[in-house]
Design a protein around this ligand. Sequence first.
Ligand code: ADP
Length: 753
Amino acid sequence: MKKGMIIVVNILMLVMGILLAVVYSSHLTSERTELTRDAFKSTVEAMVQVSMSQLSMQQEHVNNWCDYINARDLTMEEAMEFLRGICTGDEVQAQLIDPETLAGFSTRENVQQAGDYAVDYWRYSATVTDNFQKMMAEESSEDSLYVSSSYSNPIDGMPVVAFGRKVQLRSETGAQKEYLLLRVVYLEKIQDQWVFPTGYEDAEIGLITTEGSYIIQSSSMKSENFFEFIRAYNSLTYPQMDELQEQMNSTESGILEYKNARGADAYWVYAGLDGNFGNWMIVGYVPVDSLETYGTDWPLVFMVVGILMVLFLIDGAYFAVMNRRLRQSMEEAKEANQAKTRFLSSMSHDIRTPMNAIIGMTTIAKAQADDPQRLHDCLDKITIASNHLLTLINDILDISRVESGRLVLNPTVFSLEDMLENLQNIMRPQITAKGQDFQVCRVHLVQNYLYADELRLNQIFINILSNAVKYTQNGGRITLTMQEEPLAEDRVRLIYIVADTGIGMDDKLMETIFQPFTRAKDSRIDTIEGSGLGLAIVKQMVDAMDGSITVESELGEGSVFRVELDLPVAGQPGEESPLEVLRERQLAGEQAPEESAADGGSETAQPGEENIAAEPAEESADEDSETSLEGMHLLIAEDNNMNWEIIHELLSYCNIESDRAENGQICVRKLLEAPEGTYRAVLMDIQMPVMNGREATRVIRDSDVEWVRNIPIIAMTADAFAEDVRLCLEAGMNGHIAKPIDMKLLMKELRKL
Ligand code: ADP
């Protein structure tokens, strides 16, 4: 998926998440709001019951008073006295009013005028006086309510309601006259009974008629009429107002949402209440804000958004890191691929160059067969080119072995002094030939026996030193410093410094000096043999030993190479495995000083059991060996005709007789058929048809014939890796010689027999 696409998908997911959170939260909110609305409605409805019983109770009191007075045929004074006796407290008072004059007496005195018990309702509005008229007109019925709208009490101006009944009183003339008996109750007292449960602190209750007139007007109910109030503060039209009135009158109860006088949303719950003046309604009011309603649950929304954002960021960061890694590994792969291509083309070029010399010189030699001088010259040149080719192949093998992780270090105990001595012996002939001044400084060399892969160490030291010799002009100076620094726990830091006054290097070259096929682009360099692989191998081997290598150089001034290796100190040379013994032997064979001197074009040729021998069958063995080996009879298992011809011929120069076996099976058969002691040893090729060399060796080692079972077998093969050597020894062979055959090495091996 493209990056942009991923971002778009992520953003879409984010938006969807937020929407879902908002929708879910709103859904929750509306559910909760619904619940609070219903709860408030139920509360008001419950209060209707409370109000009904409270109002009925008040009415019952009046009814009892009436019954008492009517039954006793009392005068106004007598009735007032009775009433005063009953209404002793502040809360309740009774008034007896003459309906014609709207004047009468109260059980309590006027607060403004002590001793004045007279009351009158002349100046009261029609709403109040009409109520009184209606009370007088009603026929007595036990369970009817006769209540007035609220008004201010003539005695003290406090808001009150009056429960009334008509009573018969006797006048001075003895005639009966009807009066209105009022039980005046403070509104406050009634409202005190309407206690809302907690959570409804701002709730109020009022009592209205079906026309909207207030019987009990709560403080949030404005205007003269409830419907008029709702219309005015909610911008309703008159038809809408009539509709509201119709709705409230036709249903038993309900809940409405209208603004209050302050313009805030409020719930209005109405419920019918049976009264004597048509139907009354109780109206509960509560501002929406004061209820525990929930708006959009923003914390929830923010939480969801937060989580999504974090996910989004983590996602983004993860993708960014992954992308960077992918890009990096892609570039690395590309780089590695290019390096491989460069390596192959360099290799191809470097192999073709000496091959060209070999083939060319061979052609010339053939044409000049009559001229022994010219022939010899050609063969010399072929030898030089072959040696160079061999060096190159050995280097390439080393490089690929290290790169494929097949380089296994084989540490053994070795003598540093011997190694130093050896090093000088190998290099001195070339140094002398170039007339260079060579100094060796030993600094603090206390520990002689160290533990390391001696072979590889040698390879490192020789490579660096031979470069110094190669890239320093005749008569230049080369200084080798070998130094030891003691470390803790029986270890020393071995420091190897080679300084020369040679051609030096520029900074650009030094950057890639340790990469394969790096060579200075210099006409002088072109005339010096080299593959550009030596330092790459050195660097990898130093790395394998956990050491370090540095170089300082200045063009035209000279160079200083410095290698540091931390090595364990060994007390005495330890026990060595057969493999190590073999290696040592081969090493000794390759490192003899006189051999190096003869080694014209292969200064960098590396000693090593895996390496193809540094000098192909160039010359036969020396005088000593010729005499000692004369008359020896060998059996040679070799499937390749040319190889057989070469080895047979070369051995014959040393007066060594040889028979051929074309494969392992023939080899075994020939041995078993031969009379005892016919062959002194077997030279065994490994890769052969029918039966390979290792199988044949195993058969021979298992043979019943004693001399056959114990015959020395030397592997003679192009399988030159350490692993191949190990397999040969495991199969029961006694030695290993790599092809192309180094006759001196072979003679040495044979002489040991
Ligand atoms: P080779 O010597 O086979 O070319 P190396 O890997 O040993 O390959 O060296 C790489 C290059 O580094 C050389 O070709 C040369 O240009 C430069 N070089 C190495 N050692 C020295 C030295 N002591 N003085 C100057 N140049 C050197």
